[in-house]
Design a binder for this molecule. Sequence first.
Ligand SMILES: Cc1cc2nc3c(=O)[nH]c(=O)nc-3n(C[C@H](O)[C@H](O)[C@H](O)COP(=O)(O)OP(=O)(O)OC[C@H]3O[C@@H](n4cnc5c(N)ncnc54)[C@H](O)[C@@H]3O)c2cc1C
Length: 417
Amino acid sequence: MKKIIVTGGGAAGMMAAVSVLQMGGRVVLFEKNEKLGKKLFITGKGRCNLTNDCDMETLFQNIMTNSKFLYSVFYGFDNHAVMDWFEKAGCPVKTERGGRVFPVSDHAYDVTAALERELRRGKADIRLHTEVKRLLAEDGKIKGVELADGSVEYGDAVILATGGLSYPLTGSDGDGYRMAEAEGHTIKETFPSLVPLTVQEEWCKSLQGLSLKNVRASLFMERKKPLYEGFGEMLFTHFGVSGPLILSASSYYGKKGKGEKAVLRLDLKPALTPEQVDKRLLRDFEENKNKQFKNSLGKLFPSKLIPVMISLSGIDGEKKVHEVTKEERVRLAHLIKDLRMTVTGTRGYAEAVITRGGVHVKEVNPSTMESKIIKGLYFAGEMLDVDALTGGFNLQIAWSTGYQAGISAVEGGGRNS
Ligand SMILES: Cc1cc2nc3c(=O)[nH]c(=O)nc-3n(C[C@H](O)[C@H](O)[C@H](O)COP(=O)(O)OP(=O)(O)OC[C@H]3O[C@@H](n4cnc5c(N)ncnc54)[C@H](O)[C@@H]3O)c2cc1C
């Protein structure tokens, strides 16, 4: 029986270990935390959006980096296979808006519990509180791993699934990158991605807690063409902006916007043309013509946004609505369609949903997940230079790469122990 060492008990590592067991292999799983799947518990706001119920084309469209590399593993264990797997493992799933798949229970815990049950059933040797320090390789072939306490574990193959750099408190703090690099792998420069953005304007901070639904956002850097354009929900925070729309925008900003300024432009009424916005203002103004301007905007904006819009429009809030000039009204209409903020950076890894960059995919066999540098070494999950947008796609990467790494490790691993 082949003995496979899995390093990292996150989504990818657990799925890899399950797949080793299914293939008839023996698993030793090292996880430095006190429990498995620490990050999984906080995914999808504690509900775990574990994959997306979409077609293959959409799956690939949502991959931001190196989608071609994932071709084989996605076809080998796709989103529907993932849903089936969890159903059969006692974690029924449901599909919500945008194809997002969650456990029926709405508890991320049930996703980890299903994987853990399979691991225990297959008698995986799970070693918690155990940190892997170094890979042991000789003549281009993996031998095992060295643990933090100096002891050594030998195996026929090693699957490295230590995650990226985001949310380091969950255990993913870049260990795997260092270990892979030490064995000759190239690490593509990493960036926090799917991350809130910091904004320069002070007024933005005064909107802290305000969530805007159905707005259009576009992000510009030096070019005239937007880096990103999207529609959806966003949130103002004490440092800037967050929410699904902004996280998606950050995925485009990430690499290019390393500390560089960008302009975020919001269309607060994307369903209306500029002319329709002006007409709407005329109507509202007519209805409120004897009110003070500051008391006339209740139907147009949430109350928190009103003082900001008044201040940015430059219209005296105290004046009567019938005194607002055409020029002022046009200015307000323009602001509604094009509210601008200066993006100064991201909130970094501490608040990033994922890490962009990682183990260079040119050095990994896309059909097997095996290293092209060290035989018997396999990679899975976020530590690879692959990433996706929100919607369950990042976990799909973890499941698919983990599943394949497990199969390949048993099929291809040598005999060391
Ligand atoms: C707040 C948040 C919400 C998210 N929500 C979603 C979502 O709803 N849907 C989605 O698709 N994606 C989501 N993601 C992204 C998703 O969680 C990750 O892409 C996924 O967890 C990556 O899995 P992984 O197994 O590669 O890495 P991880 O889950 O990070 O697991 C790596 C594991 O390796 C362990 N480890 C690290 N170094 C060592 C070492 N030296 N020795 C032993 N063990 C080690 C770590 O402790 C960790 O447990 C979210 C991420 C965050 C931060």
